[in-house]
Design a protein. Sequence first.
Length: 342
Amino acid sequence: MYFPNDIKENVEDILGNETKKELLDDFFKALKKYEQFSEQLKETKLTPNLTVLLYGPPGTGKTSLTMGFAKKYKIPICIIESDRLVSPLLGDTIKNIRGVVELAAEISKEIGAFILFFDEIDAIGSERSNIHEVGEIKRAVISFLQVIDRVNYEGMPLAIFGATNHQHQLDSAIWRRFTFHFKFDFPDYKLRKAIIEHFVNEVKKAKIGIDDAIFKNLDSEYNKINKIQKELSVKLGHNVSEFEDNLLWKEVDRNSTEKGLLRLTHGYSGSDIERGTKVALLKALNTGIFTYELFYNALELVGGTAIHVERQDLLGTPIDYQRKKNKPFKTQENDLSGPPEI
């Protein structure tokens, strides 16, 4: 349970996702005012469903952005680790789900706007037609759908958020119960540049010496990639994305033998870059300077989330971002649609 004063995340510190920020800002404004209009809405039978589904790879800002808005609008939020609701004892999973939502509903009735955030919601919302799912999970899905319907029907100022890294495993009925669908993706090289600069500037605030080569090399690499992307886009007659094919990186590699920070971090999430920064910072505390080579080696050491996703795919696990080895994973900015096609 987090009260606004307990939350460290700020919306302004989470770079990218501008369209999602605008839509979530409208959502939170409405949630804050929802209680004063709830009775009027009930009479018109137009009570909106305060449900949001966030999906995409880990580390791309799903939880952080929600927490940031909860802080901004001073709304308490309860984070539920969905897998902890699942019990091996018959009937206990359903009791746990209902118990959590009913308690949250009581809290919202007393204090007003409240957020219930189900992390890894696929643990209790898996596709019921999956032959590997046991009866208890199927009953849990039905129970979860019922409690969401009840909250929506009664018009409580309770917003239910669900987050998942495995959207293809979600039951189709779960998708329909959530009004808003927000897809989170790996940042492109333009956004990665801003993220890298942000974390390096944070290191600078700690009075750690910064190697000027970091910003110099970063700017130089960015300009080269941007120029090549524009030239390819003009030549092919459409915008060439680094995620949709290998054309961009093949051309970049052909024109340069050195791999820079932007090339290295292709397929990294913001959290991956943050982890790399922290690894480099530990070394810099001893040397007194945060160097380009130190930063590059640290980022290379932590690796990107996309690599781990690819390894899962090679083991035969369904994934969302790279279906086959050596085939580029795809991204779709500002996708507010339902489950992607498999």
